[in-house]
Write a protein that binds this ligand. Structure first.
Ligand code: HEC
Ligand code: HEC
Ligand code: HEC
Ligand code: HEC
Ligand code: HEC
Ligand code: HEC
Length: 491
């Protein structure tokens, strides 16, 4: 197909000058492939209901890079051709059967390459959209969130459903974010722990409310919280609550806990710390009348306009719907309740919590020391190896020293026992300036009815008017729960 001396007279089919050498030709196919992949990915992005941040990297970084690599090859080929580095030059004479065969072969290969590009782009798209990609591809940084996610009620909801969602504005934002994150991972510049709350998280309206929306909330939830005291007998201590979750519209007047996100009212607040744990100012606006009520902590005299005023949404209470790191106390209680840790082992509650809570630098160190500590605590116990294995599992599921992540760095705002949660506002200190109204905090049965307390059959004796909370000897009304309950050993 090529001849050292081109014979002008036989007028072979001449390729454009550009493509008279193999290098440029391959470069051209490569460049075409990347344009093709770009268009295809772009179309996928445009027409699918949501896209994910990493797609942006493929579309706007990887595909153009391949395109430029193709261009570069073309120029290298031209340069080589010019200085006779590649000889012989490429000439195709379609009258020659060998040339025809070669050309068809080349065209087939090029077509195959394009098809492979299309298939590859689509596969890559699917992969970057998957939970495996988000959760495991930059292994260490996402490990805590991914592990917690697998144990959450949302384990079958894709990361992108909450973190990206649909719409043009967020599309662009998430593109920028994805590139930014990739740079962080490559340069090792990852915050440890990854900050929470996520600063530019999409509003709940567009994420959570795709699947749960306030108008559909109904009624109350009956939930039992099982605990064990840190005494020698691991005394059971359970509380059965009827949580007045309430509803927001279609099924009756807005009421109960979900009143905050009902359609009739807007609740706004300012927080003076990055984790939104200190909330000294709250404003409620009745949407129909426009009337506002401002509640203020009496110690707060600053001008609210100096702070970001946020509208309360799902994530202000459900701060860890998918990434909840259990406190050592809760992790141990859950394992005892599930029968994974033997309740009859003396002081097992206290010893497991102590083994989990000791400061460890790495997970490996924790694994070794948990084993040695429990072996020291129970030299005679036959089942100690099982206990060690279970405790190590609890640790791996909830503690991530490599990312400095555990329940302390990621508080759950749903209750009030180990993080301020509801009591950030419902603490008796948030009043209107005239002192006449207060954010309700005077009654333990405001948000839940304590149906029963104790253990075994006692938990079935329900008192629908609500019983008083029976605490241990420690006074629980004079202080906030978090003054004593840290999630580890209570003071
Ligand atoms: C049900 C919705 C939902 C799903 C599904 C979900 N997340 Fe999240 N994620 C959240 C919320 C809400 C936050 C906290 C945002 C806030 O408080 O502002 C968060 C926070 C994070 C954070 C920041 C650190 C932290 O723990 O607060 C990371 C990292 C993260 N998610 C990764 C993931 C990964 C990886 C997946 C999939 C394996 C995933 N998320 C799935 C809702 C979700
Ligand atoms: C793609 C759909 C989807 C999205 C988006 C979603 N969820 Fe869920 N959520 C579910 C499913 C499915 C369940 C499990 C329902 C069940 O167990 O009955 C669930 C369960 C829950 C529960 C109950 C958990 C429990 O302990 O029973 C809460 C609370 C919740 N979601 C809050 C949220 C919040 C807050 C967001 C936004 C950050 C969110 N969800 C986003 C689908 C979703
Ligand atoms: C004022 C705090 C608060 C806000 C705001 C809030 N929730 Fe809840 N939600 C709760 C509490 C408390 C429960 C009771 C369950 C629990 O303790 O885990 C609950 C229960 C739920 C449940 C499970 C019960 C059910 O009725 O299906 C879902 C789902 C849920 N919330 C979703 C949402 C969504 C979506 C939003 C935003 C539109 C939202 N919540 C806003 C506090 C809140
Ligand atoms: C940002 C501040 C804030 C947080 C956090 C907060 N609330 Fe509220 N809550 C309010 C305000 C303000 C009101 C209404 C006061 C009024 O009547 O004007 C209210 C009212 C309520 C009501 C009465 C609703 C009704 O039927 O009228 C319940 C129940 C309630 N909150 C439960 C909770 C629970 C449970 C949590 C924690 C999961 C919580 N709140 C967290 C500010 C907050
Ligand atoms: C502003 C609403 C609100 C008020 C007021 C309130 N609680 Fe709660 N409480 C909650 C919510 C919401 C939960 C559920 C937390 C969860 O699901 O993890 C809860 C959970 C609990 C639990 C179970 C926690 C556990 O881990 O065992 C106890 C016990 C409890 N409350 C006692 C009290 C007592 C005692 C008072 C009065 C001093 C009180 N509550 C006042 C909202 C409230
Ligand atoms: C003055 C300190 C103090 C205050 C305040 C306090 N507690 Fe406790 N609480 C304790 C101690 C100490 C224990 C016993 C812990 C043990 O034996 O492991 C305990 C045990 C408990 C238990 C059972 C065991 C456990 O660790 O979960 C619950 C549930 C509980 N408290 C809820 C609350 C709630 C809810 C509040 C706020 C309304 C509160 N406590 C306020 C000191 C306090």
């Amino acid at each position: 197909m090529s001849s050292p001396e081109p014979n002008e007279n036989t007028a072979p089919t001449r390729f454009p000058k550009l493509l008279q050498n193999w290098i440029s030709l391959i470069g051209a196919v490569f460049a075409m492939g990347s344009i093709f992949a770009f268009l295809l990915l772009f179309a996928i992005e445009l027409f699918l209901p949501h896209s994910n941040p990493y797609m942006g990297i493929l579309v706007y970084v990887v595909a153009p890079l391949c395109f430029f690599a193709g261009l570069l090859l073309i120029f290298v080929g031209l340069w080589a051709q010019r200085y006779e580095k590649v000889s012989p030059r490429l000439h195709i004479d379609l009258t020659r059967p060998r040339d025809r065969r070669l050309l068809v072969g080349f065209a087939l290969c090029a077509l195959l390459f394009l098809l492979a590009t299309a298939f590859g782009s689509y596969q890559t798209y699917q992969y970057t959209d998957s939970v495996q990609f988000c959760g495991t591809s930059c292994h260490v940084p996402m490990h805590p969130e991914y592990t917690a996610y697998l144990h959450s009620p949302h384990a079958r909801v894709a990361c992108v459903d909450c973190h990206v969602g649909a719409g043009a504005e967020w599309y662009v934002r998430s593109k920028l974010n994805g590139v930014h994150q990739l740079v962080d991972v490559v340069t090792g510049n990852i915050p440890r722990p990854i900050e929470t709350p996520v600063k530019n998280m999409r509003p709940a309206r567009d994420t959570c409310e795709q699947c749960h929306w306030p108008e559909r909330f109904i009624g109350s939830i009956d939930r039992t919280y099982y605990h064990y005291l840190s005494d020698a007998t691991n005394t059971p201590f359970a509380v059965r609550l009827l949580l007045k979750v309430g509803g927001g519209g279609d099924n009756g007047p807005p009421s109960g806990i979900h009143w905050h996100v009902s359609q009739g009212e807007k609740v706004e607040y300012i927080a003076t710390d990055a984790q939104r744990q200190v909330i000294p100012w709250v404003r409620v606006t009745n949407i129909a009348t426009g009337n506002t009520t401002v509640y203020r902590d009496k110690k707060f005299h600053d001008d609210p306009a100096k702070f970001e005023i946020r509208t309360m949404d799902c994530m202000d209470c459900h701060s860890q719907p998918s990434h909840r790191f259990l406190s050592p106390n809760e992790a141990t209680d859950t394992a005892i309740t599930a029968g994974l840790i033997d309740h009859s082992v003396p002081s097992v509650k206290a010893n497991v919590v102590a083994a989990l809570i000791a400061p460890y630098q790495t997970t490996d160190e924790a694994m070794q020391k948990i084993a040695s500590n429990l072996h020291t605590a129970y030299p005679q116990l036959a089942s100690v190896d099982g206990l060690v294995a279970e405790t190590q599992q609890l640790y791996r599921d909830n503690f991530f020293p490599e990312m400095k992540t555990d329940w302390r760095t990621h508080p759950d705002n749903i209750g009030h026992k180990i993080s301020a949660g509801c009591f950030r506002c419902h603490d008796g200190n948030h009043k209107t300036d005239d002192g006449k109204k207060m954010i309700p905090a005077d009654n333990c049965n405001q948000c839940h009815t304590i149906l029963a307390q104790g253990s075994g059959d006692q938990l079935k004796q329900l008192n629908t008017d609500g019983t008083d909370f029976v605490h241990i000897d420690a006074p629980y009304l004079e202080f906030s729960c978090i003054n004593c309950h840290t999630g580890a050993v209570s003071k």
